[in-house]
Structure formats: structure tokens, C-alpha cells
Design a protein around this ligand. Structure first.
Ligand code: BT5
Length: 306
């Protein structure tokens, strides 16, 4: 959000402010104040014009300005009511050189999971794809998936949803999937060019509109303020990406995979055993009959204890 608009909102939130007083405070013309107020109204902010000045009486439930207002992380939000896939749009922006921009949508019509699986994205969800340009080798990319899972789980706990992380990229409540994460990147041999971390949260949507194996925030605790939840998530994600050392301890604490018997389908076969640890940048360590095996990517199934 433009700095002037943010400052206008801050001063309007504290009480009625007259146009001339605001123009003085911000060092802009009264006509410019009026233009900014109109733009904010268009973005969904309810701003009353009263005899004693303008007053902020309502903020939009969702959208770019709603998320950016009060956001304490360096992301600009590009919002769409409906889009094919926020990851596809984020990749375009990344290819065009953008950084620290997050594509956000209310609904997606062609969203993707891993291996091009379809991802249901009805209206009412939080479909979010931040673009990052970290100075790291491509092999470190998985830590961004783990960071997103931790950030999402912690953000969900602030709205009363007790979720756990199933390796590598699912956030579950009682075994049902609430969130999926799809990390995509481009890079040279030694350095990432960009990383897009697509996060899909079944937020204010009916359980009937997502697969049977899934759940939604609405089903768990009722509807939430999606803008506030998205802010908390982006702020936590920003903290974790700038301190990668902190990701694994937080991931272990939120994991529902560690200490479980698992079957992991990898490109080169199947591994069955007890998940005993996760190592940087996101490798699962499985204790099998043959000893410890390490797997960096695959589909993981939790098995019943033998
Ligand atoms: C994922 O893939 O879990 C990654 C999903 C990433 C979606 C986000 S939304 C924002 C961004 N834009 C995109 O286009 N994608 C990202 P995977 O682990 O492969 O799981 C896919 C499987 O989850 C499907 O085959 C279904 O079984 C199931 N599924 C589909 N839609 C779901 C939903 N809304 N909730 C829970 N499970 C779902």
C-alpha cells in the first residue's frame, strides 16, 4: 500500500480528521487528500464524511488493501477476485523481476497441487503465492516449504485451529487436509533466481466444496477474518525466511509425522519405517529395517502402529 494511503488510514482511524488538517499533516493538497480517500473507498474501506471531517468506520474483509493495511512484512499484495492459479501469476511476476510481492485470490479456476494434481479453490479461501528472491543455492528451496507450513500452522493457532504438519507440505486437522503448499523455483546451478511458495488454505468455504479427505476453517471454528489471518501468516513467514535456522525446531514442534510409522513413495521406490527426524533443508529421516534412510521428496502416508 502506498505510504500516503497508509498514513491517511492511520490518522482516520484515530478520529474524525478534516481534509485541510490532513493535507497539512501530510504536506499534500486538499484535492490529493480527496483522491486518496476516494481510492480507499473503492478498495472497500468505509470512510464517512461528517461535519467534523473524515472517519474510518470499516475495513474490507479481504483484498489487497485489507491485507496490506497494518502488515508488518515487506510484501506488496496483488489481489484477484478470481484467477487461474496464483502460482502461475506469481511465476510471471518473478520472471519479470519482481520480488516480495504476494499474489492473493478469493477463488482459483485452475489451481495446481504437486505433480499437476488439481487443487479445489472455491471462493472464500486464502490462495496465496509470495515471490521470494533469496541468495541461496537451489538445494535449499525445501526449507521454504517447511517455513510456509510452520507459518501457516502458527497463524491458524491464533484463530483457534489446532493443526499439525504432515511431511513435507500438508497442514492437517485430525488427519484431514486444511492447507496444501506448492513450492516452485527457478535457478542456476549455484543460486536460486526466484522461489514461489503457493499456499492454499480452505478458509471460509463449505466442506462440501473440497475433497472428502479435506477440511475447512469454516468447518472447524466458523468463519474468520481472512485479511488478518493472511497478515499473521505473511509476517511469520517473513520472520522464518530471514532466520532459516529457526525453521526446523518450529517444524519439529508442529509435526504430526515424527515418531509415526510412514510409507513414503519416492521417485525411486517406497520407503517404510518410523519417521525419526527432519534435517536441513527438509529431508525426512526414516528408520527402516535397513537402517536410517533419508528422503528429500515424495508422498508420505501415515501408517497405523504395528
Ligand atoms: C498440494 O499438492 O497440497 C499443494 C496445493 C497448493 C495449492 C496452492 S493454492 C495457491 C497456489 N496456487 C496454485 O495453483 N497452487 C497453490 P498435493 O500434495 O499434490 O495435493 C493435491 C491433492 O490434495 C489432490 O490430489 C487432492 O486429493 C487434494 N486436494 C485438492 N484440493 C484440495 C483442497 N482444497 N483441500 C484439501 N485437499 C485438496
Amino acid at each position: 500500500m502506498q505510504d500516503t494511503r497508509r498514513r491517511i488510514l492511520d490518522s482516520l482511524a484515530d478520529g474524525p480528521v478534516s481534509g485541510p488538517a490532513m493535507a497539512d499533516e501530510l504536506g499534500i493538497s486538499r484535492a490529493a487528500v480527496w483522491k486518496h480517500v476516494e481510492a480507499l473507498r473503492e478498495a472497500g474501506f468505509e470512510i464517512e464524511s461528517r461535519g467534523d471531517g473524515y472517519l474510518l468506520v470499516g475495513v474490507p474483509e479481504f483484498g489487497g488493501a485489507a491485507v496490506e493495511y497494518g502488515l508488518d512484512a515487506p510484501f506488496e499484495i496483488e489481489y484477484h477476485d478470481s484467477i487461474g492459479s496464483t502460482n502461475d501469476r506469481a511465476r510471471e511476476l518473478a520472471d519479470a523481476g519482481e520480488a516480495d510481492i504476494a499474489v492473493l485470490a478469493d477463488e482459483q479456476s485452475g489451481a495446481r497441487g504437486r505433480l499437476d494434481r488439481a487443487w479445489s479453490s472455491p471462493s472464500g479461501g486464502i490462495w496465496l503465492s509470495p515471490v521470494c528472491r533469496p541468495d541461496v543455492p537451489p538445494a535449499h528451496a525445501p526449507i521454504y516449504t517447511l517455513a510456509a507450513a510452520v507459518a501457516t500452522t502458527e497463524a491458524l493457532s491464533t484463530v483457534g485451529v489446532d493443526a499439525g504438519i504432515k511431511w513435507p507440505n500438508d497442514v492437517l486437522v485430525d488427519g484431514r487436509k486444511l492447507v496444501g503448499i506448492l513450492t516452485e523455483m527457478e535457478g542456476e546451478a549455484d543460486r536460486v533466481s526466484w522461489i514461489v511458495v503457493g499456499i492454499g488454505i480452505n478458509a471460509n468455504v463449505d466442506a462440501e466444496t473440497v475433497p472428502e479427505t479435506a477440511t475447512t476453517i469454516r468447518e472447524q471454528v466458523g468463519d474468520v477474518n481472512r485479511a488478518a489471518l493472511t497478515r499473521t501468516l505473511l509476517e511469520r513467514f517473513d520472520g522464518l525466511r530471514s532466520d532459516p535456522e529457526s525453521v526446523l525446531p518450529a517444524w519439529r514442534a508442529a509435526s504430526v509425522t515424527l515418531d509415526r510409522r510412514v510409507r513414503v513413495e519416492t521417485g525411486s521406490g517406497e520407503i517404510v519405517g518410523r519417521a525419526v527426524d527432519v534435517e536441513f533443508p527438509g529431508t525426512l529421516v526414516v528408520e527402516t529395517e535397513r537402517g536410517k534412510e533419508r528422503v528429500s521428496a515424495g508422498d508420505c502416508e501415515h501408517l497405523r502402529p504395528t
